[in-house]
Design a protein. Structure first.
Length: 275
């Protein structure tokens, strides 16, 4: 990762960067919306391969920065993806894009800058690349799969979106207390579902109990009920040091999930004010 010199910074900015280093501030996300990836700075990109280091100081890199004003990933992508039928790999290319670059941007060899822009984009790793940053969502729950109890006015229903959220802006992407490990550069994605038949919605009733025994100790336990005489039914006891409101239901959920396919959509019915 690029670590620029801080010697010429003002004392105020030095304190800010020192605090960021101390608390391990880093821009990070599990998945990144393509619109957000296009806003990230392209030069010394935080999600690029080592090959980008060489291209940052390429002969035509200064032309891309100063004449084409390519600062972000989106601006570089716009240059790299130009593909007119009349385009030619020479400095006198007659296509509209190269002609505009020569007259307005004062670029001597637009085709060289276009090629460099494509090489730079190829250095962006999958999680950070606009074309690969957001894998397709494959699981869906049809309205008819929701049980009849959904119409009960006394039952509150919360549909959890299984997609991995992306920051809504560059500002939202900053994280504190990150690890020093190399960040994962592969976008998070769901396990592939079977191609032979669509996954069926699994209904699970989650229960929990919490009490104080005669010796004053907390006793918590939980259960997951799939159906009458279903071998997947679970019952657990929560360790005393974890015994608290809500832990019993969470423990039962985790226990139930351990026996299910990763691609299965679930409907959990929980009666707990803690969740």
């Amino acid at each position: 990762m690029w670590s620029p010199s801080k010697k010429k910074l003002s004392s105020h900015l030095k304190r800010i960067t020192q605090a960021a280093d101390k608390y391990k501030v880093r821009w990070e996300a599990i998945n990144i919306n393509p619109d957000i990836t296009r806003q990230l700075p392209i030069w010394f990109h935080i999600g690029a391969s080592e090959d980008l280091r060489k291209l940052n100081n390429h002969l035509y890199a200064s032309c891309l920065r100063e004449k084409h004003h390519a600062i972000s990933v989106g601006q570089m992508e716009a240059i790299a993806t130009r593909n007119l039928p009349t385009h030619r790999q020479n400095k006198n290319c007659p296509c509209a894009h190269c002609s505009q670059d020569r007259t307005q941007a004062k670029c001597d060899k637009p085709f060289k800058c276009t090629k460099l822009a494509r090489d730079i984009l190829q250095c962006i790793l999958p999680k950070w690349h606009p074309q690969t940053s957001l894998p397709p969502y494959s699981l869906n729950i049809a309205p008819k799969q929701i049980t009849a109890g959904a119409n009960d006015e006394n039952v509150h229903h919360k549909l959890f979106d299984p997609t991995y959220p992306s920051p809504n802006s560059l500002t939202d992407g900053f994280r504190v207390f990150t690890t020093s490990d190399t960040p994962c550069n592969i976008p998070a994605q769901q396990a592939p579902k079977p191609s032979d038949e669509p996954p069926q919605l699994i209904n699970i009733i989650i229960t929990g109990t919490h009490r104080i025994d005669k010796d004053g100790y907390s006793v918590s336990g939980g259960g997951a009920w799939f159906g009458q005489n279903d071998q997947r039914n679970k019952s657990i006891r929560v360790p005393e040091h974890f015994a608290a409101k809500g832990t019993r239901e969470v423990g039962a959920i985790l226990s139930a999930l351990s026996s299910l396919p990763v691609y299965a959509p679930l409907q959990l019915m929980i009666k707990s004010p803690s969740l």
